[in-house]
Design a protein around this ligand. Structure first.
Ligand code: G
Ligand code: G
Ligand code: MN
Ligand code: NA
Length: 246
């Protein structure tokens, strides 16, 4: 595991940064949130994508420490944006399975909220479908505790693997992120369009917010808007960047 050693010192060496991808209210064309995405510029290895180092961090037991840094940094940043006098936005943070299931995760979140004084309704924790499907009872318990802090919970990558509309009624989530594999070419792909339409109508009835991710074209955006999908994220709107308003 070549990069393990580098990862161990990355926090102290200040090699991690966060970039932020805006989330747009498609109806009113305003930024309502941003997803924090971790970047590692390693002295030894250069830019290493999260798809490479996050699995390593999970394996060698560094994900909790790194995840805590991400949460703290993202909450601090959001708090700063929200005191700048414009309409407040929410910050979405990706949480890995190990981090989520760690015994003191809820406590850590509450401590970070205390420390940063961020209003909890502006923090949205993204967990993957896979987390939601495994350890069902435990996961529901953790979600309930997080929700009692006032934090919002999103299901990421919905539609990639184990997706089941069934569990939407059982897990108390606030937001569902429709995966980019369903969004891609949605205006040309009748089957995906039908699936997305049914996700949108089910979530509406369950009072779960929906956000379509991976929007890469004007056609996709327009099509989603016509389907009453009112929040979106993707390269067509903006790439991840240092400041979601710029
Ligand atoms: O940012 P990018 O498209 O390279 O992200 C690739 C993957 O890494 C995505 O699945 C994303 O959710 C994940 N990822 C990005 N930042 C974080 C993070 O801070 N924590 C965790 N657990 N995953 C992240
Ligand atoms: O799995 P998750 O949704 O957390 O992944 C986020 C990653 O998706 C980010 O690293 C980001 O770079 C990437 N991403 C964001 N918008 C787009 C897009 O429009 N197209 C593609 N292919 N990737 C995107
Ligand atoms: Mn995500
Ligand atoms: Na993901």
């Amino acid at each position: 595991m070549m990069i393990e050693k580098g990862l161990r010192k990355a926090i102290d060496a200040e090699e991690f940064t966060l970039v932020y991808q805006p989330q747009l209210d498609l109806k009113n064309n305003v930024v309502i949130g941003a997803e924090a995405l971790l970047r590692w510029n390693s002295e030894e290895f250069g830019m290493v994508p999260p798809s490479e180092f996050i699995p390593v961090a999970e394996e060698v037991g560094l994900i909790n420490q790194i995840g805590e840094w991400v949460l703290l940094t993202a909450c601090k940043q959001c708090k700063e944006w929200n005191i700048e006098g414009r309409d407040p936005i929410k910050i979405a943070v990706n949480i890995s399975m190990k981090q989520f299931l760690e015994g003191d995760f809820v406590y850590k979140v509450s401590r970070i909220l205390d420390e940063t004084q961020l209003n909890p309704t502006y923090l949205e924790l993204e967990i993957t479908e896979k987390i939601a499907m495994t350890n069902h009872e435990k996961v529901i318990e953790i979600i309930e505790s997080l929700k009692s802090l006032g934090v919002r919970i999103a299901i990421d990558d919905f539609g990639t693997g184990y997706s089941s509309l069934n569990y939407l009624g059982k897990i108390p989530i606030d937001v569902l992120k429709i995966d980019r594999s369903l969004v891609k070419n949605i205006s040309l792909n009748n089957k995906n369009a039908t699936i997305v339409q049914s996700i949108i109508s089910v979530t509406k009835k369950l009072q779960i917010d929906v956000i379509a991710v991976g929007i890469e074209t004007k056609e996709e955006l327009q099509y989603l808007k016509n389907m009453d999908c009112y929040t979106g994220q993707g390269y067509f709107i903006s790439k991840p960047k240092e400041h979601p308003f710029s």
